[in-house]
Each structure stands twice: as C-alpha cells, then as structure tokens.
Design a protein around this ligand. Sequence first.
Ligand code: FAD
Length: 488
Amino acid sequence: MSAVVTIENARKTAAANSAPEWLAELQSIISPNHAFADFETLLEHSRDRLPFGRFRHRSNQLTGVLPSAVVKPASVSEVQTVVKFATEHNLSVIPYGSGSGVLGGTVPFQGEMIVASNRMNHVIEIDETNRVVRVEAGTNGRALEVALRDKGYTCGHYPQSMDMSTVGGWVACRGSGQSSSRYGNIEDMIVGLKVVLPSGELLEVRHAPRRSVGPSIIELFIGSEGVFGIIVELTMRIWRLPAQEINAVIAFPGIEQGLNAARDVMQAELRPSILRLYDKGESERWGQGDLPDETHPVMCMLVFSGSHAVAEAEAGLAIEICKKHGGVIISNEPLRRWQKVRFESHSEEFVNAGGFYDTIEIAAPWSALPEMYAKIQAAVAKKYPVVQLNAHWSHAYSDGACMYMTSKFPAMADEQALPMHSDIWDIVMKLCLEFGGTISHHHGIGYFRNRWIREELKFGHDVLFELKRALDPGLLFNPGKLGLESEA
Ligand SMILES: Cc1cc2nc3c(=O)[nH]c(=O)nc-3n(C[C@H](O)[C@H](O)[C@H](O)COP(=O)(O)OP(=O)(O)OC[C@H]3O[C@@H](n4cnc5c(N)ncnc54)[C@H](O)[C@@H]3O)c2cc1C
C-alpha cells in the first residue's frame, strides 16, 4: 500500500502539475463538461465511506491517492468510448456509483481514472405484465423506489444506504436490503444485465425468469466490485406493494432463545419482511424504556407483509414460535424508533465528535452463531475494554443468519486508535473463519478485506484471478480490489 499523503500535499502537487496529457483527447471524444481533473472533484472521488478512510480524512489525509481524472459518461456508447480509450492508453479505471461503499472499493491507489455512473440514471421501463423494471446502473436507489411506488410497486431492496447508493453499486457489491428475508438479496432480484467489458464490448444477458444454459453469466458480475467491467443496465424483479404490514416486538430472556426463535421462524418457511434480533447493548439502544425488565433484556423486531390473510397468518405463527422460546410481546415503540432512522447513517455524530465507529457484517450457520458471538465479544472485551462491541442478527435464512457488529471507541489519538481498529478487524475475521463463517455477508471486500479473502476462498480465489485475466488482460479494472493485486 502507498505511503500516507496529506490533503495539503496533494493540493500542492495538483496545483504544480497540469492535467494529464490524455485528458484533452478524452474531452474531445466525450463532452468536455463531463471529464474533470480539478482538485476538488478529484478529492471528492478519492474515497468512499470506508470508516478507516473517514478517520484519515478527519486528520487531513487521503485514504490512498487522488484519481487522475473523473469521467461521467451519459450513455452505453459513451461508456464504451471511455473504456476503449482507457485500454488503448493503458489507463486503470475505477467504476464508481455513489461512493457509499464501506470497504474502500472505489479508492484509487495508483492514480486510476474514475468512471462515474451518475449521469446514467433513468428508469427505462416498468413492465407490469412480467413484473420487471429495466433501469440504468447509475440510478439512485431511492429514485428507483419512488418511480416504482408511483405505480404501486416496489423492488423490495432496501439497504440502509438506499438514499446514497446506486442500483449498479448494489449489484457490484452483492448487497442485501433490510427486507431480504421476504424479497431475497440482490442476486435473487437481478434477471438481466448489460456490462461494458474491459475490451469495450457490450455484454448483454437478456431477461429470462431462469435459464439453464451453463453457469450464470449474471452471477459473475454480482459482487464483481468493478474488476470485470462497468455494469450499465439492469433488469430487476418488482412486486406489488403489500396491502398489509403487521408489526411485533418480542423480548427474550437471552440471545440463545432469540436466535433459536429466529431460526424456527425461518425454518417454518415464514417470510418476515423485517427480522432483527438485537443483543443486550443494542436492545437497550432501541428499546430505551420499553423493555420489560432484566429478565427479558434481548429484543427482536418482526414485520410481516403481504395480503391481509397471509400477513396475519404468518405473524400469528411467528409469535407462537417466539412464545415457545420464552418471548413476550412488548410495545412496538422500539420498532417505530428504528423505522424513523432506518435509512440514515448512524456513525456521523460519533465520528464527527472524534470517536471511532465501524461495522463488520459476517454470516454463519445457526449452529455456530451463539458461540461465535460470545467468543468475539469476549476476545475484544479482554484486549480492548474501552471498545464497545455490539451485534444484531438480521438477514435470516433457514440455515443461518448475518451477524452485524458495531464497534465504537471514544475519541483518542489516531496512533492509539488505528492499530486497535485494525486488530479488532483481525480478531473478528479470524474467529469468524474459525467458526466456519463467511467474512462478509453484504458489504463486500473492497481493498480493506483483502487480508482475509484468500483464507476464505482458497483455490476459488485463483479461479477469480483466472477470470480476471481472461476478461481484463491488462489488469486495468479496479486493480487491487477483491484481493486481485496487479502482477506488476
Ligand atoms: C450508512 C451506510 C449503510 C449501508 N447499508 C447497507 C445495507 O443495508 N446493505 C448493503 O448491501 N450495503 C450497505 N451499505 C454499503 C453500500 O452502500 C453498498 O455497498 C452500496 O451498494 C454501494 O453502492 P454505490 O453506488 O455507492 O457504490 P460505490 O461505493 O460507488 O462502489 C462500490 C463498488 O462497486 C463498484 N461499482 C459501482 N458501480 C459500478 C458499476 N456500475 N459497474 C461496476 N462496478 C461498479 C465500485 O468499483 C466499487 O468497487 C451501507 C453503507 C453506508 C455508508
């Protein structure tokens, strides 16, 4: 990794140097108003929402380096032009959605050119007969949902970052929304796509409800994090907005009972649109005065939706299951509290006040979750008592669930905090792998998880690299991400 560059030094270097020689040529083939090399635009695109990058930014440092330019094509053919230009000039490229990624997936480390998708932001067609939408990849998540809701539909994908992310970014990061237990994850929703490959060719997988024509080409790009090309268009399943939503908040005697109940709900083939089980610390945060007493310190929020009959039947069955595990129904107030801020970033205040805040989402089979949680909690508490580490379980399946951890530590010097932050990641990733979990449920790898990807994928990582070489022989697309280091 490159040495730390201060923002001040980067500004001075940018002022002393002229724009790259090739920029004028690029501006002449796409609109000059949409290829930039001014310092402020470069700085804005030099980082995403990787917490480590935010700590560095707070200390007036870059996460990596500045990109060489930022280009904003407005059509598929303009993307092809830009990509062919980049390949001909041997320029590295980083596809960019909205920069809401939290693993540094868009951070340049060798002056790459950013190709931003935000001018490709149209909902092309809502096909009501087949219940699919065709949408340009740079479309903002909320804008897509608003267009669908105007006609009584939803795409069912509600990441917390919905207002600040693009549909292409959802796919590139293999994302997951808050209602995944009902609507599935992004890979269950995408039924067609168009990608501009590093060669500049346009690859199209046209819509089909399912196909058995070899391995899925669509899946190759879901989670590709910009290393295989630029996703330019998607076809996604859509659903009628539910007629009814039934809410319930249940308090449990402990995490084990809560996890057993969540497992039984999913194994009973119920499909909650929200299932969120919180540990004691997080239950206190959302429950405030609404948790009954110390006998039931752990809370689970449930929402069932659909037609009246289906939502009522599913909610009834789920509540019965929860009661069998010692659950008691409490006020819905904690759920309302969460719903008010469910699409907001919760770290801003904390980080702006000088503290350190990060999230780590992993997933594991039900059998591993209770002990994995206990071991991670104990290991972090023993080594770093100053750190507050809590977890919730959302995105539940019949065979396991995502465990989403938040770590918070108070304001202190970077020299003290950053090694601690790095070590906590190491502790969590190692214990996760030891328990047979996966190192990421939905945030992806970016560059920040490079350290652990090989241990998780093993020979599968070599297979990924072979695919990378075949599609991108110059290794120009998002170099170093997904652990695919350049061979230079
Ligand atoms: C507060 C907060 C909450 C979040 N909540 C969730 C959540 O609930 N669920 C979830 O899944 N994620 C969540 N995230 C993570 C992040 O928002 C998602 O990963 C999102 O999908 C990234 O979209 P983006 O458009 O901002 O992509 P970017 O950050 O711009 O890019 C992310 C990666 O995708 C690649 N990429 C982007 N667009 C394209 C394209 N068109 N073609 C090829 N590659 C591309 C980039 O090269 C990069 O590797 C959250 C982030 C924040 C800050």
